[in-house]
Design a protein. Structure first.
Length: 218
C-alpha cells in the first residue's frame, strides 16, 4: 500500500515525519509520496512528488490511500471531495505518542499528531487535523474537516462544527458549542457558545466579523 500526502509545505513535512514514526512502529506502507499540483521538485525529503493527475495515472484505488496535508478547513474539505470522488480511501494517521481513550471514534483521513490527548467517548469526524499537544475532553464531538491547533484544550461535552479552525493555545469551556465554518483566533478563551460562520477572538472570545471568505490564512 502507498501512502499519499496531499500537500507539500511545512505541514506536509510534519505529517511525513509522523507517517515515518508510524511506519517505524508498525510497517503499514511500502512507500510514502507527496501529491502537489504546484511544487516543481520531483523529490522532497526522500519522498517522490506527483501532481494529482500523475498520481491518478500511477496509483490505483487498490494500492494507494491519501491523507490531506492542508491547514485551511475549506480546502481540506475540497481536496477530500476530489479524492473520494476519484474512488480513493482516506488514511487515518495516529502518532504513536498520542493517547486515545475508550469508546472514541476517529473518522477516515483524520490526523492525530504527537502528544495529543483524546479522552473517552469522543467522536471525531473525517478529515480532521489535530495538531501536536492538543487535548479533547470526554464526550466531545468534532466535526469533519476541522483543525484543532497545538495546545488547544477542549473541555468535556463540547460540540465543534464542520470546517472549524481553532488557533494555537485556545481553552474551550465545558459544554460549549462552536458553529460550522467559524474561526477562533490564537490565544482566545471560549467561554460561551460561538455561532456558525464567524471569526471570534478575545478573552472571552466574541464574534468580531462574519467568515465570508472562508479563509484562515491570507
Amino acid at each position: 500500500m502507498i501512502l499519499s500526502i496531499y500537500g507539500y509545505g511545512g505541514l506536509g513535512r510534519e505529517i511525513l515525519d509522523a507517517a515515518y514514526c508510524i511506519n517505524n512502529a508498525k510497517h503499514k506502507w511500502e512507500k510514502i509520496i507527496f501529491i502537489d499540483d504546484f511544487e516543481l521538485k520531483q523529490v522532497i525529503d526522500n519522498a517522490e512528488v506527483l501532481t494529482f493527475n500523475e498520481f491518478l495515472l500511477c496509483h490505483s484505488t487498490n494500492n494507494a490511500k491519501v491523507v490531506i496535508a492542508v491547514g485551511e478547513p475549506k480546502v481540506r474539505q475540497e481536496l477530500f471531495n476530489i479524492v473520494t470522488e476519484e474512488g480513493y480511501a482516506l488514511q487515518t494517521l495516529i502518532h504513536p505518542s498520542a493517547f486515545i481513550g475508550t469508546d472514541t471514534h476517529i473518522g477516515d483521513g483524520t490526523i492525530i499528531q504527537y502528544g495529543s490527548f483524546i479522552s473517552c467517548n469522543v467522536s471525531i469526524g473525517s478529515n480532521v487535523l489535530v495538531q501536536p499537544n492538543a487535548s479533547i475532553g470526554h464526550d466531545s464531538v468534532i466535526g469533519s474537516s476541522s483543525v484543532i491547533s497545538s495546545y488547544t484544550a477542549i473541555s468535556g461535552n463540547c460540540t465543534i462544527g464542520d470546517r472549524v479552525y481553532i488557533g494555537v493555545s485556545v481553552p474551550v469551556k465545558e459544554q460549549i458549542s462552536i458553529g460550522t465554518d467559524s474561526i477562533i483566533g490564537m490565544g482566545s478563551a471560549v467561554l460561551r457558545d460561538i455561532p456558525d460562520n464567524v471569526v471570534a477572538i478575545g478573552n472571552p472570545a466574541r464574534p468580531m466579523k462574519m467568515n465570508d471568505r472562508k479563509q484562515v490564512f491570507s
